[in-house]
Design a protein around this ligand. Structure first.
Ligand SMILES: [Zn+2]
Length: 129
C-alpha cells in the first residue's frame, strides 16, 4: 500500500499578498499627429506628383501631407473638344478623368498653394522656400 495521501506541509506558507497593480484600461489618448515627426522624409515641392506627398511647407514650416485638388486645365478643354468632334457624345468624359486634370497641392497645415502638377509632368512651384 503506497501512502497515497500527500502530507500537508508542516509549515503553512503565509499567504503572500502581491500588491496587484490595477492596470485597468488606461485611456489611450488620441494619437497626436506630430507633423514634424510623422514623415521622415519630405518630398521636394518640384518633385511632387499626382498624389499627396509630405512636403516641408515654406510658408508655415510644417511638414505635412499635401491636400490635392484636381482642376480642369486647358488641356482638358482641348480633349473635350477633340472628344466632342470625334464622338459628339463623350465630350464630358475628359471632365470626369482626373488624369487629365491639373493637380494642385496645398499645404496640409496652412493651406497655401504650393504647386500645381500638370499632366505634362511639369510641376509649377507657387511657393518657393
Ligand atoms: Zn503651410
Amino acid at each position: 500500500m503506497a501512502n497515497a495521501h500527500i502530507a500537508p506541509s508542516p509549515m503553512q506558507q503565509p499567504h503572500q499578498e502581491y500588491p496587484e497593480k490595477v492596470y485597468g484600461h488606461p485611456q489611450m489618448p488620441p494619437q497626436q499627429r506630430s507633423a514634424s515627426s510623422q514623415f521622415r522624409q519630405a518630398v521636394a515641392i518640384p518633385n511632387l506628383g499626382m498624389s499627396p506627398a509630405p512636403v516641408d511647407c515654406p510658408a508655415c514650416g510644417q511638414r505635412s501631407m499635401t491636400n490635392v485638388s484636381y482642376h480642369t486645365g486647358n488641356t482638358t478643354h482641348v480633349w473635350a473638344g477633340v472628344a466632342c468632334c470625334l464622338t459628339g457624345l463623350l465630350c464630358f468624359v475628359p471632365y470626369l478623368m482626373n488624369s487629365l486634370k491639373d493637380v494642385q497641392h496645398r499645404c496640409g497645415s496652412c493651406g497655401v498653394l504650393l504647386a500645381t502638377w500638370h499632366k505634362s509632368g511639369v510641376v509649377e512651384v507657387h511657393m518657393h522656400g
